[in-house]
Design a protein around this ligand. Structure first.
Ligand code: AP5
Length: 216
């Protein structure tokens, strides 16, 4: 099963993507995580992407499609993928179609996580992430047991450079302008599309999301 998780920055794609991936034994493919890893390792791609990400703009389609192709060619998602933060533009959606077609696969469902902008700005001001294992926390609503330490792997938690309020507002604009139109693209293709209210407790959102997907 291949699922696209759409939603504005901070809507909870990473949080819900992790839970769903574990529950359904799917691979979560987050282009944001792949890019942040490239930035940390200072690869040529990371060096190229860093400034764009810090400004809240989108990294060029060709670089993103190259990254995704690499992951999919590795066979990481033998039972399917949860695409988190990808595709974000029409060329990316068309590129994903072509990659899936090569594998004889398709998108089975699109989930749109809906959260109000002001709630997003509040959430992102409190987000803490673990660069080592990808775990996500929130200092207001889901704090780690020991301050600054990841519960799962003991790694040092960090705040993302693009979570400053001004950058979050730019990311929201970019989402509305460039990514939200893809919802109509998938609707026109007849892909099952489900809007889930992303503003409840994490577990309730997870259950609502699972209920929308056909049984595994
Ligand atoms: P990316 O990493 O994809 O960021 P994003 O889409 O902006 O989304 P976030 O990771 O900020 O949020 P999320 O929806 O995953 O929320 P989370 O679960 O963490 O992209 C970053 C940048 O990389 C882009 O701006 C761009 O530059 C570049 N990029 C990436 N992909 C690209 C692509 N395909 N093309 C071009 N450029 C690309 O939750 C957020 C916070 O809320 C956490 O603290 C969490 O604990 C909390 N939270 C989660 N759920 C709840 C809940 N139900 N109630 C209360 N709090 C909650």
């Amino acid at each position: 099963m291949n699922v696209i998780l759409f939603g504005a920055p901070g809507a909870g794609k990473g949080t819900q993507g992790e839970l769903l991936a574990r529950r359904r034994d799917l691979a979560r493919l987050s282009t944001g995580d792949l890019l942040r890893d490239a930035v940390r390792r200072a690869t040529p791609l990371g060096t190229q992407a860093k400034r764009t990400m810090e400004a809240g703009e989108l990294v060029p389609d060709a670089l993103i499609l190259g990254l995704v192709r690499e992951v999919m060619a590795s066979g990481a998602g033998a039972d399917g993928y949860i695409f988190d933060g990808f595709p974000r533009t029409l060329p990316q959606a068309e590129g994903l179609d072509a990659l899936l077609q090569e594998l004889g696969e398709r998108i089975d469902a699109v989930i749109v996580l809906a959260v109000e902008d002001e709630a997003i700005v509040r959430r992102l001001s409190g987000r803490l992430s673990c660069p080592a294992c990808g775990a996500i926390y929130n200092r207001y609503t889901d704090a780690p047991r020991a301050e600054g330490r990841c519960d799962r792997c003991g790694g040092t938690l960090t705040q993302r450079a693009d979570d400053a309020e001004e950058t979050v507002r730019r990311r929201l604009d970019v989402y509305r302008e460039q990514t939200e139109p893809l919802i109509a693209f998938y609707r026109a293709r007849g892909v099952p599309l489900h809007e889930v209210d992303g503003d409840g407790p994490v577990e309730s959102v997870h259950e609502a999301l699972v209920a929308r997907l056909v049984p595994a």
